[in-house]
Design a protein around this ligand. Structure first.
Ligand code: ACO
Length: 475
């Protein structure tokens, strides 16, 4: 797909890709690319390090060389030549679309951008007082009502709505969606379906994925607007997913370059193996809960500073460091305290994260064009810190910048507030979460690892009035 009007961005990506290809030794890691015979022997460390949760054809993170593959395609090529909608189609359907398929897919995505019921309901919550990821999670659950509830018929309960003098207060409108949602996994009748969930590949299963891809983006934009005291902006059906997101956030149609950079950022964040939020999403889906709840769990998991929340923390850290002259001292102190440096390190990558290879140069491009001198200063702080960390922790522990290190600078140059960095990550990752759920549920088995019990046995129960002495509470 040509990106002729933004060739300079494509050139930046191709340059980063060439550099990566010169520096890395390609080669697949056999233990992570060959089918396994279940049950499988694997060496498992704390935090389930090394555990194989499932087989997947969706994406591969080559941690030793620093490569990221979606459905066989290198992410560098997808950034250079594709776009977020096409990548989402690829992740969900397993192949690049034909022109006809792509047109239909884009049309579907556009139709799900309009979520008035969700936004209206969200506006009745104190969104400005909520963490933006909490508001996004709430919104993703509200989307469930917008899209899945068959409640178009005006339903009135056959009992009086709210009566405050009763012990149990009936809800004004009963949660009919539990009963009538299109996307309920088998409505609880698991046994009758032989534990196969073919309906997930049916139009309604896919439809939920599409609805979430568009809907979560619309909610994220609305949340950001509300938190800044502005009214949400209605989606523009003529714009691409990336451009519409920026438009709904800022109220201004983005330039071709802004659109392209946001598109690349969305592609880079779309999928990433069995990371914490993907696993959280899959665990919830594996109970045959519901895709909207599952995505809500993904959002919750992504929020943490050890995962997607790191991008916001990085910007705060760079601001705290303040200037290039402070980097050395700050880093020495952080190391002596054994602090984790935000935006560095990764469970899987023991090489430079390919996503940071693209986002770093894009951040450079943007800060050099920006009139805001502060962003250039922060970028310089970032590159100085990167040098220090790579020269020390890089050599000692193979710790390099990860995706979150430069993404915040990219977003803030585009006028996006820091508390929206992680929601934007979620907007993109919905594609990966939903495609992995669809794939897993074809042969679903509930996730249920075990814990090793290291507590006591055979204690005698002592009644409360006979217990003596103070025992400190175990944490
Ligand atoms: N700064 C300093 N030291 C680090 C860092 C870091 N960012 N990351 C890891 N280390 C060190 C650890 O202290 C540990 O050292 P030790 O062996 O001497 O005890 C060693 O490297 C291994 O680190 P673990 O924390 O065991 O690695 P783990 O795989 O459990 O954690 C994680 C990975 C959470 C990403 C970690 O590197 C980290 O906390 N990074 C900072 C937060 C961050 O940027 N998160 C975003 C990750 S990308 C994403 O989720 C989208």
């Amino acid at each position: 797909m040509p990106h002729s009007s933004t060739q300079e961005i494509t050139d930046i990506i191709l340059k980063a890709a060439n550099k990566a290809r010169q520096e890395i030794k390609p080669g697949q890691e056999k233990s992570f690319t060959n089918p396994v015979k279940w049950p499988i022997d694997c060496l498992v460390g704390p935090g389930l390090e090394g555990a194989i949760a499932c087989e997947s054809e969706i994406g591969y993170v080559n941690g030793s060389s620093g490569e990221l593959i979606y459905r066989g395609y290198n992410v560098f090529d997808l950034c250079a030549y594709s776009n977020f909608e096409e990548v989402s189609y690829l992740l969900i359907h397993g192949h690049l679309p034909t022109a006809v398929q792509f047109k239909k897919f884009k049309k579907d995505l556009v139709s799900y951008r309009f979520v008035p019921k969700t936004i209206r309901t969200l506006m009745s919550f104190p969104v400005e007082e909520m963490n933006s990821m909490a508001a996004l999670r709430l919104g993703s659950n509200l989307l469930r009502r917008e899209f899945s509830y068959v409640d178009q018929r005006t339903y009135r309960p056959d009992y009086p709505p709210i009566s405050s003098d009763e012990d149990s207060i009936p809800m004004e409108t009963r949660p009919m969606g539990e009963k009538h949602a299109i996307y309920e996994f088998n409505n609880g009748k698991i046994t009758q379906r032989n534990n196969k969930f073919s309906e997930l590949n049916s139009p309604s299963g896919l439809k939920s994925c599409y609805q979430l891809i568009s809907g979560v983006a619309a909610v994220a934009a609305a949340v950001s607007r509300m938190r800044q005291g502005h009214l949400p902006i209605e989606a523009d059906p003529e714009l691409s997913h990336a451009a519409n997101l920026l438009y709904m956030l800022t109220g201004r149609k983005p330039t071709a370059v802004e659109e392209r950079i946001m598109d690349v950022a969305l592609i880079l964040h779309a999928d990433h193996g069995m990371n914490a939020s993907t696993f959280a999403t899959m665990v919830v889906a594996s109970t045959l809960s519901d895709l909207y709840f599952a995505v809500g769990s993904g959002i919750a998991a992504l929020n943490g500073p050890l995962h997607g929340g790191a991008n916001e923390q990085v910007l705060h850290m760079l601001e705290k460091i303040g200037s290039v002259n402070n980097v050395k001292d700050w880093y020495q102190k952080a190391r002596s305290r054994k602090d984790k440096i935000m935006g560095f390190g990764h469970r899987v990558y023991k090489a430079y994260d390919p996503r940071a290879r693209v986002l770093g140069p894009l951040a450079k491009y943007l800060v050099e064009k920006s009139e805001n001198k502060r962003s250039l200063e922060l970028f310089n702080v970032a590159t100085e810190l990167e040098k220090k960390v790579v020269d020390t922790l890089g050599v000692e522990k193979k710790i390099f910048p990860n995706v979150d290190f430069y993404s915040g600078i990219v977003y803030s140059c585009m006028g996006i507030p820091a508390d929206l960095f992680t929601p934007i990550f979620a907007v993109s990752r919905v594609s990966g979460w939903t495609s992995r759920v669809l794939e897993y549920l074809k042969n679903n088995r509930i996730f249920r690892p075990r814990a090793v019990y290291v507590g006591q046995f055979d204690l005698d129960y002592v009644p409360l009035n006979k217990r003596k002495g103070e025992k400190s509470d175990k944490k």
